[in-house]
Design a protein around this ligand. Sequence first.
Ligand code: ATP
Length: 417
Amino acid sequence: MVVIGKEIKASLPAEVLSLVRAAGKLAAEREQKLYLVGGVVRDIFLKRRNLDLDLVLEGDAPSLARELAKTKDGKVVTHDRFGTATFRKNEISIDIVTARSETYSRPGALPTVKPGMIGNDLFRRDFTINAMAASLEPARFGKLIDPYGGKDDLDRRLIRILHKDSFRDDPTRIWRAIRYEQRLDFKLEQETERLLRHDVAMIGKVSGDRLRHELERILEEDKPEKMLRRAAELGVLQQLLQSLEGNGWLARRFQEARKIDVTDKTKSAIYLALLAWRLNSENMEALIERLRFGSEASRVLRDIPEVKQTLPALTVGRIKPGAICRLLEPHRQQTIVAASLAADSALVRRRLKRYLADLRFVSPRLSGEDLKSMGVAQGKKLGALLKLLKEAKLDGMVKTREQEKKLVRKWLREGKV
Ligand code: ATP
C-alpha cells in the first residue's frame, strides 16, 4: 500500500491543507469517501506547484461543499444537476465533484454521465498519470488509489491512455496528450503513440468550441511552441487546418514574443496571431470558422492579411514617422506586435517596434476641446484634424501649441478636411 500523506502535507499550503482535511472529516462523518484526484496528485509526485485542487466524493458533492462552506466560513457555488461544486475562501478555490461514470455514444460526442464510485471516476480519465487518487479519509489519509499504474508511468516519464478506445471516445485527449508530454518532458508510450497516430483524423469530429479550448490551453503553457511542433509532427496540427505549420520559424517567434512584457492574455493572443501569420485570407476564414473564435480574436486574425499588405510600404528607404502611424493606426495592436516579430525584413520589424514603443503614444498638444473652442464642431472632422496634427507633430512640422493652432487655422482656411 502506498501512502502519500506526508507528500500531500508538504506540498499544500497550510490553509489549503486544513480545508482539505476538514472536508475529509466531514465526508467521513457522512460515511462517504472523499479523494484528492487528477492533476494535483500527479504534481505532488512531480513536486510541481499546483493549487488547482480537484476532490471527488462518493456521494452528493454540492451538499458536502455547502457544509464545508458553513463550517469553514467560505463561499460555495454549486451545480446540483451536475453534482459539482466550487468552494472558495480568500484566494483558495477547491472543486468538489460527485464521483461519476461516463459512457460515450459516439466518438467526439459529450459523454453520458451517471453517479459512480472512485473506480468509475478514474476510468473515465485521460491518462494513467492523471488517473490517481489519494484518500482524504482521516483514518487513511493519503492512501493512494492507482489502478492503472500512474505512479510507474510517472517514474518512467510516460503518457499512456487507459484503454485502446480512449482517443476515439474523446479525441480532445490527443491534444491533451501532446500538452502533457511536452510540458513535463515525458514521452508518449509506444502503443499510445500508435493509437494517437491511428485515430488522429477523429479530431475532425470534435466541435470547434472544444478544439479552440484545447488550443487556448496550449497557448497558455510556458512553451507552447514545443506542443505545436510535436502536434505538427504527429499530424495533429494539420487536423485544425492543413496549412498550419509548427516549425522552427514559429518557435523562434514565440521565444521572441515571451520577451515582451504583456499580460498572459495578450501573450496568448500574440501566439495565436503568430501561429496564423502565414495563412492567406481564405485559410484565415476557415480557421476562424473551424475553431469558432470570438469577435476579438477574429478581429485580430482577420487583420493579419491586411497588415501583411501594408508591410511593403514600410520597406521604402525613408519614411516619416507620421506616415508610419497613418499606415498602422487602423490595425489591431496585437496584430502589429505579431508583425513586429514575424515580418521578414529587419527594417520593417524595427519600424513596427518603434511604432509600438513610441510613435503610437505621441499626441498633439491641442485637445479636442481646444479645437472646439477654435470653432470646429464635434465629429469626424475634429477626429481627422487631431490625427493630422499628431502626424505633423511626429514629422517635426510643429512643436508648440501656437504652431499647432496656426496649422489648424491654415487647414480650415484651405478646407483640408
Ligand atoms: P492542468 O495541469 O493543465 O491544469 P489538470 O490535470 O488539472 O491539468 P484539467 O483539464 O483541469 O487537468 O482536468 C482535470 C482532470 O480531469 C485531469 O487530471 C484529467 O484526469 C481529467 N480530464 C480532463 N479532461 C479530460 C478528458 N478530455 N478526458 C478524460 N479526462 C479528462
